[in-house]
Every structure is written in structure tokens, then in C-alpha cells.
Design a protein around this ligand. Structure first.
Ligand code: PLP
Length: 383
């Protein structure tokens, strides 16, 4: 498939148009072998030695991701956390890195509890604020800026092009967790980011039945080689069947994300002026702080994630989640079924998340059904 001639939806639907040469199958075989034959003269001419880093079952999903993100190379990982932590583990003890104050909670915990002890100097700031970023960068010492946009669970928007420019001028790389946007809505590498990360557990797979992660790089640099080395040596690699499931999930990525965006926009607009809701956080609302930047860097929608703050406070928010019938009370995001969670309860002590906040992951159900279910849950919670 000539990826320059076709639209990204076509690339995803046909997984690059690949057909198995031996069987003519349109879906790839699953390679379970862990090891590959060495040539008699002691060479490995086919380029594959051992499946931890050379598994052919990764090839197609990595190529599709590369094409969708406009990257040079991609690497699948066993989870989003394995992918994200590899980006930091490829740095050296003593390196200074900058990360957002409000970001995916488990990664923040890892940075605080592990990366800092391992010798990285981690500084948390409002990465979306250019002035704070400029002040925090230490040229020659800061090696990486980590951004997440839209960022969990307040959906804060970071201007990727502006942030990349500021980071690069100080000699730092920019890595973007683009899990929430997915390649459908944002392509960070084309805006200047150096690495894009996905928890492929979410939109890329889309069916809440796989833990997976991925990185895509803008160029095949020395740093990227270290990231690949971390994957191979620490061994946070994916299984063959999981890689196959991910590829299957990505074929419907555009349909699923489009449906989720349209419903999320409707739900956000419906509850924006609701008597029981204090605030709706959604990048697609004109009233949202990051809306203008989101409209500039997101194409085709503002994502399937939003949060609502319940006016009567924490107990009413938890009671609302307790009374839903259609929404599923569970953590995670990006699946075909809609999820609701009291986010502060998941994050625990020290969370920066307001206690009245419910995080909503909008799936592909009918938007009217989802609105009606939230309405009845709010009503029952208040009686
Ligand atoms: N980044 C974001 C934005 C996430 O929401 C998550 C998981 O919830 C991760 C990273 C971690 O991904 P995983 O659960 O696949 O390890």
C-alpha cells in the first residue's frame, strides 16, 4: 500500500494492505517461535535471533503505527507503563527531566518512587505553561520533557508544537503520551515531538481485552537505539497473540474514535449547564481553557474522555457512579463500552484530582442512552 496516496483510515482498516504470500490470508499468522535458525556459516542473515526483540508478530502492528504517526520506527511493549518507563530508563542517572504535575497517576508514582531513586532528577511543573517550562529547563542538563495531552483526568491541553520548540531550544527531547488523543486526532511527531507513547490498552486496541503499549520515534537516533535496548534487555515485550489482537483492534480505530468523539461532545454539551453539575471538563467545549489549542492540534474531534464535577460534592459523585445502570463502574478508558469512575478514589492519597470529579470514558453506545442513564443516576443519587 502506498501510504502517501491513501488516507489514514484506509491504512488502519487494511493494516497496510498486507496479504500473506504463502496462503493469501488477509489476516496475518501468529508466530509463536521464540528462536530463529542461525546460518551454517554462523551468521543471522534474516535479522532475527530471539523473539524478545525480533518477534515477526510485532512487525505489522509496528508498521501500521509508524504510518499512522508519521514516524521512523515503532516498538510494541507489554504495557503502556513498560513503554513509558523505557523512555526514562534510556536516560542516564543524573539527567534532569521535566514532567507534568497532573498526568497519568501510575507513571507519576513511578517517577516519584522509582526514577528519582534510580538517579533521574525529576521536576514536576505545569508543562502546558510555556513560561514555567522555559524557567524549569536547564540547557545541557535537561534531557527530556514529558507531556500528556489531553492529560488525565482534567484533560489539560499542551500545545505540542510550542512545547517542542521550547524543549529543543534548550537541547531537550519532547515525548508525548498521546493515549487519549490516539493517532486519529493528533499526530505529535508531525508537530515536532520526538517520541509518541500510547497505552495501546486503550483506543488502539479498543476492546478492554489487552494490556499493551507502544512508542513511535520521529528518527532512528542513538537515543532510540537505547530505548530499543531497554525493551530487549529488560524484556517488557508483548506476546505474539497480544500483538495480533492489537492489530485486529486497530483496524476499527477510526470508526470507534469517531463515534466516541461525537457522543462525548453531545454529553459534554448536555451536562454543561445542568443544575447538578458544577463543571464539565472537555476540550471540545468553547468554555474549556485549552479549547483553542485543542482545536488547532486535534483533527476530527476532541476525544472520548471527559470529566464532570458534581455540585453537591464527593459523596454525591460516588452515589451517582453507584446508581448507573448502563455505564460500567470501572477504571481504564478507550474501550467500546462506556466507563465511569470516581477518579480520586483510584488515585488515593496525595491526588491532585478534585473529590467531586467523575471521569467518563465514552464508548460507542447510543449517546441518548448514555445521557439518560447519567440523568437517572444523578436523580437517584440526590433522593
Ligand atoms: N498513559 C495513560 C494516559 C493511561 O491512561 C494509562 C493507563 O491507564 C497508561 C499510560 C498506562 O498504560 P497501561 O495500563 O497499558 O500500562
Amino acid at each position: 500500500m502506498d501510504t502517501k496516496k491513501v488516507k489514514p483510515e484506509t491504512i488502519a482498516a487494511q493494516a497496510l494492505g498486507w496479504v500473506d504470500e504463502t496462503t493469501k490470508a488477509v489476516s496475518p499468522p501468529i508466530h509463536m517461535s521464540t528462536t530463529y535458525i542461525r546460518d551454517a556459516d554462523n551468521q543471522y542473515r534474516n535479522g532475527r535471533v530471539y523473539a524478545r526483540d525480533h518477534n515477526p508478530s510485532f512487525d505489522q502492528a509496528e508498521s501500521v503505527l509508524c504510518a499512522l504517526e508519521h514516524g521512523a520506527q515503532a516498538a510494541l511493549f507489554a504495557s503502556g507503563m513498560a513503554a513509558a518507563t523505557a523512555v526514562f530508563q534510556a536516560l542516564k542517572p543524573g539527567d534532569h527531566v521535566i514532567a507534568p504535575k497532573v498526568m497519568y497517576w501510575s507513571l507519576r508514582n513511578w517517577l516519584v518512587n522509582f526514577a528519582s531513586q534510580w538517579g533521574l532528577q525529576v521536576e514536576f511543573i505545569d508543562v502546558h505553561d510555556p513560561l514555567q517550562l522555559q524557567r524549569a529547563l536547564q540547557p545541557g542538563k535537561t534531557h527530556l520533557v514529558w507531556a500528556e495531552t489531553p492529560a488525565n483526568p482534567l484533560w489539560t491541553i499542551t500545545d505540542i508544537a510550542a512545547t517542542a520548540d521550547i524543549a529543543h531550544k534548550a537541547g531537550a527531547l519532547l515525548a508525548v503520551d498521546s493515549t487519549t488523543a490516539s493517532p486519529v486526532l493528533t499526530r505529535p511527531l508531525t508537530l515536532g515531538a520526538d517520541i509518541v507513547m500510547h497505552s495501546a490498552t486503550k483506543y488502539l486496541n479498543g476492546h478492554s481485552d489487552l494490556i499493551a503499549g507502544a512508542l513511535v520515534t520521529r528518527e532512528d537516533s542513538e537515543y532510540w537505539k537505547r530505548v530499543k535496548m531497554v525493551r530487549a534487555q529488560i524484556g517488557g515485550t508483548m506476546g505474539s497473540f497480544e500483538a495480533w489482537l492489537l492489530l485486529r483492534g486497530m483496524r476499527t480505530l477510526f470508526l470507534r474514535v469517531d463515534a466516541a468523539c461525537r457522543s462525548a461532545q453531545r454529553i459534554a454539551e448536555h451536562f454543561e449547564s445542568h443544575t447538578q453539575i458544577a463543571e464539565v471538563l472537555y476540550p471540545g467545549l468553547a468554555s474549556f481553557a485549552g479549547h483553542v489549542v485543542a482545536a488547532k492540534q486535534m483533527r476530527g474531534g476532541f476525544g472520548g474522555m471527559l470529566s464532570i464535577r458534581v455540585k453537591a460534592g464527593e459523596a454525591r459523585a460516588i452515589a451517582t457512579a453507584a446508581n448507573v445502570e448502563l455505564w460500567k463502574r470501572a477504571t481504564s478508558l478507550g474501550g467500546v463500552e462506556s466507563l465511569i469512575e470516581h477518579r480520586a478514589s483510584v488515585e488515593g492519597a496525595g491526588t491532585p484530582v478534585p473529590f467531586d470529579l467523575l471521569r467518563l470514558s465514552v464508548g460507542i453506545e447510543n449517546a441518548d442512552d448514555l445521557i439518560a442513564d447519567l440523568e437517572q443516576a444523578l436523580k437517584r443519587a440526590s433522593t
